[in-house]
Design a protein around this ligand. Structure first.
Ligand SMILES: CC(C)(COP(=O)(O)OP(=O)(O)OC[C@H]1O[C@@H](n2cnc3c(N)ncnc32)[C@H](O)[C@@H]1OP(=O)(O)O)[C@@H](O)C(=O)NCCC(=O)NCCS
Length: 132
């Protein structure tokens, strides 16, 4: 709430039928250094040193709801919200807290930064293509 008031990040929650929090994620404007992108992605982009990105600061699903597809749905919701921002956003980025979290993001198509393997990115165009 405090971060939202200060315009530092916004938090979005998924509620169960009783109104309890089943999962949540935070979103904030950020940037990705062009040198962290894969060669294939870089080839299609202008050589600006920093490209616009949206940071998923935290994302988690309550234990009772894990393994049901909610984590994937929250990621898709984040992509849709980022794509609706009026300033352009090229990609979502995350700093995974551990290797298990990094594997979750890779499973969803994220690629690792060239220099920091626990930071990952997913171009919004790719995320939204998966939605169909
Ligand atoms: C990681 C987390 C968000 C996954 O949420 P979830 O609701 O259980 O995940 P889903 O049910 O949506 O899984 C979707 C897909 O991801 C896969 N997946 C889930 N966790 C995975 C992992 N650690 N590594 C690889 N794949 C994973 C599932 O097998 C599933 O695959 P499918 O769509 O092909 O069947 C949840 O386990 C969690 O809250 N963990 C603690 C917090 C955390 O690690 N957050 C990461 C941010 S740092």
């Amino acid at each position: 709430m405090q971060d939202a008031k200060r315009r530092v990040s916004n938090c979005f929650v998924a509620l169960d039928d009783a109104g309890a929090i089943a999962g949540y994620f935070t979103l904030a404007a950020s940037g990705i250094p062009v040198d962290e992108l894969s060669d294939a992605t870089k080839k299609r982009l202008p050589r600006y040193p920093l490209l616009p990105a949206c940071l998923i600061g935290r994302l988690a699903v309550d234990r009772r709801f894990r393994g049901l597809g909610l984590g994937g749905a929250l990621l898709m919701e984040a992509a849709i919200r980022a794509s609706r921002a009026e300033p352009a956003v090229l990609a979502m980025i995350v700093d995974a807290k551990d290797e298990k979290a990094a594997a979750f993001y890779e499973h969803h198509g994220f690629s690792r930064f060239a220099s920091r393997p626990k930071s990952l990115y997913l171009p919004l165009a790719t995320a939204l293509k998966a939605k169909g």
